[in-house]
Ligand binder design. Structure first.
Ligand code: NAD
Length: 288
């Protein structure tokens, strides 16, 4: 650390609350050391109240940028100068890049998800996807997958506060991409089974399977799945979720947790800030 930080070190932040548990500082700082880049990545406990001052500090301190997480992903948008078109469609930002005082907002969660599939030599372009959830992670995945060429998408949500979000996502996808999206109530289990059976990928973006719901899954019947499909849980703690166990019981060939997405969303942000490729295999081996 003493050898590494000097008068030229460029700062990148992570602004969220709570945030001390995040793996991102270790992931980015380890990558800077590995590549010999003179950057430092620090986590700052920033909520909605502190956000305007914190964003201004990116400009005034000449920081290269920041990651943004809950509860700031939507609130940050009016504080920025420019917005990437996909971030605009998603309505959220998780990465800010500072170019000489001009702050641009991006979202890398969706590209991270798609890249994590590409890492496994899997391509869902032209295919049908069924996804549960339409919150922060679900929206980013849905919009990116539709933009990248997924042909059909069936979105399932419960009738909670994010239902309106799911309706918005379907409208935007149908109006602005070539993907045909439909929204279903998750309570309609016949439709859920039918749509998954007809899909190349089922993704759960609800967080069911993570604490305090680690013994729960939205699909407990292995007959919902077919062998050739992909089952993808955005949860990465625990590493093997209940959903993944059910998919493995069904003999599904490609079953993933959210670690690949976590790693690749970081790698996309890393590239935006530094112009360099994060050493993802190295990071995967030492951190995960
Ligand atoms: P969110 O609160 O924005 O959205 C949650 C979604 O889940 C909503 O659609 C909600 O309706 C649905 N939901 C909640 N409880 C449910 C239940 N009991 N049954 C059915 N649906 C339910 O949350 P988020 O930020 O989108 O995060 C969701 C999950 O994705 C979390 O587990 C989070 O850890 C994970 N995530 C992973 C990555 C990654 O890189 N792997 C990135 C972001 C989020």
């Amino acid at each position: 650390m003493v050898d590494r930080i000097d008068g030229h070190t460029i700062l990148i932040g992570l602004m969220a609350y709570p945030i001390r548990h995040s793996m991102s500082p270790t992931m980015h700082n380890t990558s800077f050391v590995k590549l010999g880049l003179n950057y430092a990545y620090l986590a700052f406990e920033v909520g909605n109240k502190e956000l305007p001052d914190a964003i201004q500090s990116i400009r005034s301190l000449g920081m290269r940028g920041s990651n943004i997480s809950m509860p700031n992903k939507q609130k940050v948008i009016p504080l920025l100068d420019k917005l990437d078109p996909v971030a605009k469609m998603v309505g959220a930002v998780n990465t800010i890049v500072n170019d000489d005082g001009v702050l641009t907002g991006y979202t890398t969660d969706g590209t991270g998800f798609m890249k994590s599939l590409a890492d496994e030599n899997l391509d869902i372009r032209g295919e049908k996807m069924t996804i549960s959830g339409a919150g922060g992670a679900g929206t980013a995945i849905e919009i990116q997958a539709a933009n990248d060429g997924v042909k059909e998408m069936s979105i399932f949500n419960i009738k909670d506060a994010t239902w309106a979000n799911a309706e918005r996502n379907v409208k935007i996808i149908n109006e602005q991409t070539d993907c045909k999206a439909q929204l279903f109530d998750l309570a309609d289990q016949d439709a859920f089974k039918r749509e998954i059976a007809d899909s190349a990928i089922y993704c759960d973006s609800t967080g069911v399977g993570m604490k305090p719901l680690e013994d729960k899954t939205l699909v407990s019947d292995p007959s919902f799945f077919h062998k050739d499909m992909i089952v993808y849980d955005t949860v990465y703690a625990p590493r093997t979720t209940k959903l993944m166990t059910v998919a493995e019981e069904a003999g599904v060939n490609h079953v993933f947790n959210g670690l690949g997405m976590m790693l690749e969303q970081g790698a996309e942000a890393f590239k935006l800030w530094t112009g360099e490729d994060m050493p993802v295999d190295y990071i995967r081996n030492i951190l995960f």
